[in-house]
Design a protein around this ligand. Structure first.
Ligand SMILES: Cc1cc2nc3c(=O)[nH]c(=O)nc-3n(C[C@H](O)[C@H](O)[C@H](O)COP(=O)(O)OP(=O)(O)OC[C@H]3O[C@@H](n4cnc5c(N)ncnc54)[C@H](O)[C@@H]3O)c2cc1C
Length: 366
Protein backbone atom coordinates (compact mmCIF):
# COMPACT_ATOMS: atom_id res chain seq x y z
CA UNK A 1 0.00 0.00 0.00
CA UNK A 2 1.25 3.51 -0.82
CA UNK A 3 1.97 5.54 2.30
CA UNK A 4 1.58 9.31 1.99
CA UNK A 5 4.47 10.97 3.85
CA UNK A 6 4.11 14.31 5.63
CA UNK A 7 5.74 16.23 8.43
CA UNK A 8 2.33 17.47 9.58
CA UNK A 9 -1.03 15.88 8.87
CA UNK A 10 -3.92 18.29 9.42
CA UNK A 11 -7.28 16.57 9.64
CA UNK A 12 -10.26 18.84 8.93
CA UNK A 13 -10.08 21.65 6.38
CA UNK A 14 -12.51 24.05 8.10
CA UNK A 15 -11.23 27.46 9.23
CA UNK A 16 -8.94 25.98 11.93
CA UNK A 17 -7.37 23.24 9.81
CA UNK A 18 -6.97 25.37 6.69
CA UNK A 19 -5.34 28.13 8.78
CA UNK A 20 -2.95 25.67 10.42
CA UNK A 21 -2.06 24.18 7.03
CA UNK A 22 -1.49 27.47 5.23
CA UNK A 23 0.82 28.68 8.00
CA UNK A 24 2.93 25.52 7.90
CA UNK A 25 3.01 25.02 4.12
CA UNK A 26 6.24 26.14 2.50
CA UNK A 27 8.18 25.34 5.69
CA UNK A 28 7.13 21.70 6.09
CA UNK A 29 5.46 18.94 4.09
CA UNK A 30 1.79 19.37 4.97
CA UNK A 31 -1.08 17.03 4.14
CA UNK A 32 -4.56 18.54 4.69
CA UNK A 33 -7.41 16.04 4.72
CA UNK A 34 -11.18 16.58 4.80
CA UNK A 35 -14.03 14.13 4.55
CA UNK A 36 -16.04 16.57 2.40
CA UNK A 37 -15.36 17.38 -1.25
CA UNK A 38 -16.32 21.01 -0.55
CA UNK A 39 -17.54 22.92 2.51
CA UNK A 40 -21.28 22.75 3.23
CA UNK A 41 -23.52 25.79 3.57
CA UNK A 42 -23.82 26.19 7.33
CA UNK A 43 -24.76 28.62 10.04
CA UNK A 44 -21.90 30.60 11.63
CA UNK A 45 -21.25 33.80 9.71
CA UNK A 46 -20.56 36.73 12.05
CA UNK A 47 -16.84 37.47 11.96
CA UNK A 48 -15.79 40.10 14.54
CA UNK A 49 -13.60 43.10 13.56
CA UNK A 50 -10.46 41.75 15.32
CA UNK A 51 -10.26 39.02 12.67
CA UNK A 52 -8.89 41.63 10.24
CA UNK A 53 -5.65 41.83 12.22
CA UNK A 54 -5.22 38.06 12.15
CA UNK A 55 -5.93 37.92 8.42
CA UNK A 56 -3.45 40.77 7.88
CA UNK A 57 -0.74 38.96 9.88
CA UNK A 58 -1.23 35.87 7.73
CA UNK A 59 -1.08 37.88 4.48
CA UNK A 60 -4.72 37.13 3.69
CA UNK A 61 -6.56 40.41 4.29
CA UNK A 62 -6.48 41.87 0.75
CA UNK A 63 -7.76 38.66 -0.82
CA UNK A 64 -10.42 38.37 1.89
CA UNK A 65 -11.67 41.92 1.25
CA UNK A 66 -12.14 41.15 -2.45
CA UNK A 67 -14.69 38.42 -1.69
CA UNK A 68 -17.68 40.70 -1.11
CA UNK A 69 -18.75 39.61 2.38
CA UNK A 70 -21.38 41.90 3.94
CA UNK A 71 -20.25 44.44 6.56
CA UNK A 72 -21.17 43.60 10.17
CA UNK A 73 -21.57 46.84 12.13
CA UNK A 74 -22.58 45.52 15.55
CA UNK A 75 -25.18 43.70 17.61
CA UNK A 76 -28.65 44.77 18.66
CA UNK A 77 -30.10 42.64 21.44
CA UNK A 78 -33.48 42.61 23.16
CA UNK A 79 -32.12 41.27 26.44
CA UNK A 80 -33.62 41.54 29.94
CA UNK A 81 -36.52 43.59 28.58
CA UNK A 82 -34.46 46.40 27.04
CA UNK A 83 -32.49 47.09 23.86
CA UNK A 84 -28.71 46.83 24.15
CA UNK A 85 -26.73 48.01 21.13
CA UNK A 86 -23.05 47.43 20.53
CA UNK A 87 -21.70 49.39 17.55
CA UNK A 88 -18.31 48.60 16.07
CA UNK A 89 -17.98 52.33 15.21
CA UNK A 90 -15.78 52.73 18.27
CA UNK A 91 -13.78 49.57 17.51
CA UNK A 92 -10.19 50.36 16.44
CA UNK A 93 -10.42 47.49 13.93
CA UNK A 94 -13.51 48.96 12.21
CA UNK A 95 -16.46 46.76 11.27
CA UNK A 96 -16.63 42.96 11.08
CA UNK A 97 -18.25 40.82 8.36
CA UNK A 98 -21.31 38.68 7.81
CA UNK A 99 -19.70 35.99 5.71
CA UNK A 100 -20.92 33.98 2.79
CA UNK A 101 -19.67 31.03 4.83
CA UNK A 102 -19.20 28.47 2.04
CA UNK A 103 -17.13 30.96 0.01
CA UNK A 104 -14.98 31.80 3.04
CA UNK A 105 -14.24 28.19 4.02
CA UNK A 106 -13.50 27.18 0.43
CA UNK A 107 -11.16 30.16 -0.04
CA UNK A 108 -9.12 29.29 3.10
CA UNK A 109 -8.82 25.68 1.94
CA UNK A 110 -7.62 26.92 -1.43
CA UNK A 111 -5.08 29.29 0.14
CA UNK A 112 -3.56 26.34 1.99
CA UNK A 113 -3.23 24.45 -1.30
CA UNK A 114 -1.75 27.44 -3.11
CA UNK A 115 0.87 27.87 -0.40
CA UNK A 116 1.98 24.28 -0.90
CA UNK A 117 -0.14 22.03 1.32
CA UNK A 118 -1.31 18.82 -0.35
CA UNK A 119 -5.11 18.69 -0.10
CA UNK A 120 -6.87 15.35 0.03
CA UNK A 121 -10.64 15.94 -0.05
CA UNK A 122 -13.39 13.32 0.31
CA UNK A 123 -11.08 11.41 2.65
CA UNK A 124 -12.05 10.41 6.16
CA UNK A 125 -9.76 9.38 8.98
CA UNK A 126 -10.72 5.83 9.89
CA UNK A 127 -7.95 5.09 12.38
CA UNK A 128 -4.82 6.58 13.89
CA UNK A 129 -2.02 4.95 15.88
CA UNK A 130 1.41 6.02 17.16
CA UNK A 131 4.18 4.78 14.86
CA UNK A 132 7.94 5.23 14.94
CA UNK A 133 7.91 8.48 16.96
CA UNK A 134 5.07 9.89 14.85
CA UNK A 135 1.67 8.72 13.63
CA UNK A 136 0.25 6.29 11.12
CA UNK A 137 -3.22 7.23 9.91
CA UNK A 138 -5.66 5.12 7.90
CA UNK A 139 -7.67 7.15 5.40
CA UNK A 140 -10.81 6.07 3.57
CA UNK A 141 -11.06 7.80 0.21
CA UNK A 142 -13.39 7.50 -2.79
CA UNK A 143 -10.76 5.27 -4.41
CA UNK A 144 -10.23 2.98 -1.43
CA UNK A 145 -8.10 2.94 1.70
CA UNK A 146 -4.64 4.44 2.02
CA UNK A 147 -2.24 5.25 4.86
CA UNK A 148 -0.47 8.46 5.77
CA UNK A 149 2.56 8.80 8.03
CA UNK A 150 3.32 12.07 9.80
CA UNK A 151 5.50 13.31 12.63
CA UNK A 152 2.76 15.57 13.97
CA UNK A 153 -1.02 15.55 13.60
CA UNK A 154 -3.32 18.52 14.06
CA UNK A 155 -6.90 17.68 14.97
CA UNK A 156 -9.16 20.25 13.31
CA UNK A 157 -12.14 17.92 12.95
CA UNK A 158 -14.51 20.36 14.67
CA UNK A 159 -16.83 19.29 17.45
CA UNK A 160 -16.12 15.59 16.98
CA UNK A 161 -12.44 16.06 18.07
CA UNK A 162 -11.91 12.69 16.47
CA UNK A 163 -8.12 12.45 16.72
CA UNK A 164 -7.65 14.07 20.12
CA UNK A 165 -10.14 11.64 21.64
CA UNK A 166 -8.31 8.75 19.96
CA UNK A 167 -5.10 10.08 21.51
CA UNK A 168 -6.77 9.84 24.95
CA UNK A 169 -8.08 13.37 25.56
CA UNK A 170 -11.55 13.76 27.10
CA UNK A 171 -14.08 16.22 25.77
CA UNK A 172 -16.18 17.92 28.43
CA UNK A 173 -19.59 19.38 27.56
CA UNK A 174 -20.93 22.24 29.68
CA UNK A 175 -24.52 22.29 28.37
CA UNK A 176 -26.88 20.85 25.75
CA UNK A 177 -27.40 23.91 23.56
CA UNK A 178 -28.61 23.30 20.01
CA UNK A 179 -29.41 25.67 17.20
CA UNK A 180 -32.37 25.31 14.85
CA UNK A 181 -31.79 27.50 11.86
CA UNK A 182 -32.84 28.27 8.33
CA UNK A 183 -32.06 30.69 5.54
CA UNK A 184 -34.46 33.01 3.81
CA UNK A 185 -34.59 36.03 1.55
CA UNK A 186 -35.44 39.59 2.49
CA UNK A 187 -37.33 42.06 0.34
CA UNK A 188 -35.72 45.14 1.89
CA UNK A 189 -31.91 45.13 1.84
CA UNK A 190 -30.51 45.38 5.36
CA UNK A 191 -29.14 48.92 5.67
CA UNK A 192 -27.58 48.62 9.12
CA UNK A 193 -25.63 45.35 8.98
CA UNK A 194 -26.49 44.44 12.58
CA UNK A 195 -26.85 41.00 14.12
CA UNK A 196 -30.16 40.73 15.99
CA UNK A 197 -30.60 38.79 19.25
CA UNK A 198 -33.71 38.30 21.39
CA UNK A 199 -33.96 36.37 24.65
CA UNK A 200 -37.09 34.34 25.38
CA UNK A 201 -38.14 31.99 28.17
CA UNK A 202 -36.72 28.88 26.48
CA UNK A 203 -33.52 30.35 24.97
CA UNK A 204 -32.59 33.08 22.52
CA UNK A 205 -33.10 33.97 18.88
CA UNK A 206 -30.57 35.20 16.37
CA UNK A 207 -30.84 36.68 12.93
CA UNK A 208 -28.28 38.29 10.66
CA UNK A 209 -28.22 39.66 7.12
CA UNK A 210 -26.06 37.79 4.62
CA UNK A 211 -24.63 38.83 1.23
CA UNK A 212 -27.17 38.89 -1.63
CA UNK A 213 -30.23 39.97 0.39
CA UNK A 214 -30.26 36.70 2.29
CA UNK A 215 -30.87 36.29 6.02
CA UNK A 216 -30.30 33.57 8.60
CA UNK A 217 -32.79 32.97 11.41
CA UNK A 218 -31.99 30.71 14.37
CA UNK A 219 -33.32 29.61 17.74
CA UNK A 220 -30.89 28.47 20.44
CA UNK A 221 -32.30 26.28 23.19
CA UNK A 222 -31.38 23.14 25.12
CA UNK A 223 -31.97 19.88 23.24
CA UNK A 224 -34.33 18.53 25.92
CA UNK A 225 -36.48 21.69 25.83
CA UNK A 226 -37.37 21.39 22.15
CA UNK A 227 -40.69 19.64 21.51
CA UNK A 228 -40.40 16.41 19.49
CA UNK A 229 -42.76 17.58 16.78
CA UNK A 230 -41.19 21.00 16.19
CA UNK A 231 -38.80 20.01 13.43
CA UNK A 232 -41.38 17.95 11.53
CA UNK A 233 -43.37 21.07 10.75
CA UNK A 234 -41.62 23.00 7.95
CA UNK A 235 -43.03 26.39 8.95
CA UNK A 236 -42.57 25.99 12.71
CA UNK A 237 -39.35 28.00 13.13
CA UNK A 238 -40.52 31.08 11.25
CA UNK A 239 -43.96 30.96 12.90
CA UNK A 240 -42.38 30.76 16.38
CA UNK A 241 -40.04 33.68 15.53
CA UNK A 242 -43.02 35.78 14.51
CA UNK A 243 -44.52 35.33 17.99
CA UNK A 244 -41.54 37.14 19.58
CA UNK A 245 -42.02 40.94 19.82
CA UNK A 246 -38.60 42.15 18.63
CA UNK A 247 -37.91 39.38 16.10
CA UNK A 248 -41.39 39.73 14.59
CA UNK A 249 -40.75 43.45 14.06
CA UNK A 250 -37.39 42.73 12.40
CA UNK A 251 -38.77 40.06 10.07
CA UNK A 252 -41.69 42.29 9.07
CA UNK A 253 -39.40 45.28 8.47
CA UNK A 254 -37.09 43.23 6.28
CA UNK A 255 -39.85 41.39 4.41
CA UNK A 256 -38.31 38.06 5.40
CA UNK A 257 -39.48 34.75 3.99
CA UNK A 258 -37.81 31.43 4.82
CA UNK A 259 -36.81 29.37 1.78
CA UNK A 260 -34.79 26.44 3.16
CA UNK A 261 -35.78 23.68 5.56
CA UNK A 262 -34.98 24.19 9.26
CA UNK A 263 -31.96 22.20 10.42
CA UNK A 264 -30.76 21.42 13.94
CA UNK A 265 -27.09 21.53 14.86
CA UNK A 266 -25.20 21.14 18.17
CA UNK A 267 -24.09 24.47 19.63
CA UNK A 268 -22.96 23.53 23.14
CA UNK A 269 -19.83 24.71 24.92
CA UNK A 270 -17.21 21.97 25.14
CA UNK A 271 -13.49 21.70 25.72
CA UNK A 272 -10.84 19.00 25.73
CA UNK A 273 -9.13 18.36 29.05
CA UNK A 274 -5.86 18.74 27.10
CA UNK A 275 -5.61 20.55 23.76
CA UNK A 276 -2.25 18.97 22.92
CA UNK A 277 -0.14 15.96 23.79
CA UNK A 278 3.04 14.37 22.49
CA UNK A 279 2.97 14.79 18.70
CA UNK A 280 -0.56 16.20 18.45
CA UNK A 281 -2.41 19.49 18.74
CA UNK A 282 -6.13 20.25 18.57
CA UNK A 283 -7.34 23.54 17.08
CA UNK A 284 -10.67 25.33 16.60
CA UNK A 285 -13.88 23.65 17.72
CA UNK A 286 -12.00 20.39 18.29
CA UNK A 287 -10.16 22.03 21.19
CA UNK A 288 -12.75 24.54 22.39
CA UNK A 289 -16.27 24.92 21.01
CA UNK A 290 -18.03 28.13 21.87
CA UNK A 291 -21.66 29.00 22.46
CA UNK A 292 -22.73 31.01 19.36
CA UNK A 293 -23.79 33.86 21.67
CA UNK A 294 -20.08 34.70 21.78
CA UNK A 295 -19.73 35.03 17.94
CA UNK A 296 -16.12 34.00 18.51
CA UNK A 297 -16.00 30.51 16.98
CA UNK A 298 -14.44 31.39 13.62
CA UNK A 299 -12.05 33.87 15.20
CA UNK A 300 -11.03 31.18 17.69
CA UNK A 301 -10.57 28.71 14.83
CA UNK A 302 -8.29 31.15 12.96
CA UNK A 303 -6.36 32.07 16.10
CA UNK A 304 -5.83 28.55 17.40
CA UNK A 305 -5.14 27.25 13.87
CA UNK A 306 -2.28 29.75 13.67
CA UNK A 307 -1.12 28.99 17.24
CA UNK A 308 -1.17 25.22 16.55
CA UNK A 309 0.89 25.78 13.39
CA UNK A 310 3.48 27.74 15.36
CA UNK A 311 3.57 25.11 18.12
CA UNK A 312 3.94 22.31 15.53
CA UNK A 313 6.76 24.20 13.81
CA UNK A 314 8.60 24.66 17.11
CA UNK A 315 8.12 20.98 17.98
CA UNK A 316 9.56 19.93 14.62
CA UNK A 317 12.58 22.09 15.41
CA UNK A 318 13.14 20.24 18.68
CA UNK A 319 11.44 22.61 21.16
CA UNK A 320 9.96 20.33 23.82
CA UNK A 321 8.00 23.08 25.59
CA UNK A 322 5.66 23.96 22.70
CA UNK A 323 3.00 21.44 23.67
CA UNK A 324 2.81 22.60 27.28
CA UNK A 325 2.68 26.27 26.29
CA UNK A 326 -0.07 25.60 23.77
CA UNK A 327 -2.10 23.83 26.45
CA UNK A 328 -1.65 26.76 28.84
CA UNK A 329 -2.69 29.28 26.17
CA UNK A 330 -5.84 27.35 25.30
CA UNK A 331 -6.75 26.94 28.97
CA UNK A 332 -6.48 30.74 29.38
CA UNK A 333 -8.69 31.32 26.31
CA UNK A 334 -11.26 28.85 27.69
CA UNK A 335 -11.31 30.55 31.10
CA UNK A 336 -11.75 34.06 29.60
CA UNK A 337 -14.54 32.80 27.34
CA UNK A 338 -16.30 31.12 30.30
CA UNK A 339 -16.26 34.35 32.34
CA UNK A 340 -17.58 36.40 29.42
CA UNK A 341 -20.38 33.92 28.64
CA UNK A 342 -21.50 33.73 32.30
CA UNK A 343 -21.62 37.54 32.36
CA UNK A 344 -23.78 37.71 29.19
CA UNK A 345 -26.28 35.08 30.35
CA UNK A 346 -26.31 36.62 33.85
CA UNK A 347 -27.60 39.91 32.36
CA UNK A 348 -30.95 38.27 31.50
CA UNK A 349 -32.97 37.87 34.72
CA UNK A 350 -36.62 37.74 33.61
CA UNK A 351 -37.16 33.97 33.90
CA UNK A 352 -35.18 32.83 36.99
CA UNK A 353 -37.05 29.53 37.31
CA UNK A 354 -37.19 28.63 33.60
CA UNK A 355 -34.91 25.61 32.98
CA UNK A 356 -32.89 27.31 30.19
CA UNK A 357 -31.95 30.29 32.36
CA UNK A 358 -31.63 28.59 35.75
CA UNK A 359 -29.10 26.15 34.23
CA UNK A 360 -26.99 29.14 33.19
CA UNK A 361 -27.06 30.99 36.47
CA UNK A 362 -23.71 30.92 38.29
CA UNK A 363 -23.74 28.24 41.02
CA UNK A 364 -23.30 30.87 43.76
CA UNK A 365 -26.45 32.75 42.69
CA UNK A 366 -28.82 29.73 42.67
C1 LIG B 1 -25.44 27.53 15.50
C2 LIG B 1 -24.05 28.03 15.36
C3 LIG B 1 -23.84 29.37 15.06
C4 LIG B 1 -22.54 29.87 14.97
N1 LIG B 1 -22.36 31.19 14.69
C5 LIG B 1 -21.12 31.69 14.63
C6 LIG B 1 -20.89 33.05 14.34
O1 LIG B 1 -21.84 33.82 14.09
N2 LIG B 1 -19.62 33.50 14.32
C7 LIG B 1 -18.57 32.68 14.58
O2 LIG B 1 -17.43 33.13 14.57
N3 LIG B 1 -18.75 31.36 14.81
C8 LIG B 1 -19.99 30.85 14.84
N4 LIG B 1 -20.18 29.53 15.07
C9 LIG B 1 -19.02 28.66 15.30
C10 LIG B 1 -18.20 28.37 14.04
O3 LIG B 1 -19.02 27.93 12.97
C11 LIG B 1 -17.16 27.31 14.39
O4 LIG B 1 -16.53 27.70 15.57
C12 LIG B 1 -16.12 27.11 13.30
O5 LIG B 1 -16.71 26.55 12.15
C13 LIG B 1 -15.02 26.19 13.79
O6 LIG B 1 -14.13 25.90 12.76
P1 LIG B 1 -13.29 24.54 12.79
O7 LIG B 1 -12.40 24.59 11.60
O8 LIG B 1 -12.71 24.34 14.12
O9 LIG B 1 -14.36 23.37 12.64
P2 LIG B 1 -15.36 23.06 11.44
O10 LIG B 1 -15.71 24.32 10.73
O11 LIG B 1 -16.43 22.23 12.02
O12 LIG B 1 -14.48 22.17 10.43
C14 LIG B 1 -14.18 20.82 10.72
C15 LIG B 1 -13.82 20.11 9.42
O13 LIG B 1 -13.34 18.80 9.72
C16 LIG B 1 -13.87 17.88 8.80
N5 LIG B 1 -13.86 16.56 9.45
C17 LIG B 1 -14.52 16.19 10.57
N6 LIG B 1 -14.25 14.90 10.89
C18 LIG B 1 -13.38 14.45 9.95
C19 LIG B 1 -12.72 13.20 9.75
N7 LIG B 1 -12.89 12.16 10.58
N8 LIG B 1 -11.89 13.07 8.69
C20 LIG B 1 -11.71 14.12 7.83
N9 LIG B 1 -12.31 15.33 7.99
C21 LIG B 1 -13.12 15.50 9.04
C22 LIG B 1 -15.26 18.43 8.49
O14 LIG B 1 -15.73 17.97 7.24
C23 LIG B 1 -15.01 19.95 8.49
O15 LIG B 1 -14.67 20.44 7.21
C24 LIG B 1 -21.45 29.01 15.17
C25 LIG B 1 -21.66 27.66 15.44
C26 LIG B 1 -22.94 27.17 15.55
C27 LIG B 1 -23.16 25.72 15.88
Amino acid sequence: MTVLQADVLVVGAGPAGATAALNLAGRHRVLLVDRLAAPLARIGESLPPAAARLLQDMGLLDAFLRQGHAPYHGNRAWWNGAWAEHHFLSDPDGHGWHLARGTFDLWLRDEARQRGAALLASARVADIAPDDGGWRVRLETRHGTCDAAARIVIDATGRSARLARKAGAQRRHSDRLISIWQYGHERTPSARGFAHIEACEYGWWYSAPLPGQRRVLALHTDADLLGNTSLRDAGWLEAAARRLPATRELLEQQGYGADTPALATPAHTAALDAAAGPGWFAAGDAALSFDPLSSQGIFNALYTGLAAAEAADRTLQGDTTACQQYNAELAAIGAAYGRHLAYCYGQETRWPSAPFWSRRRPLAAR
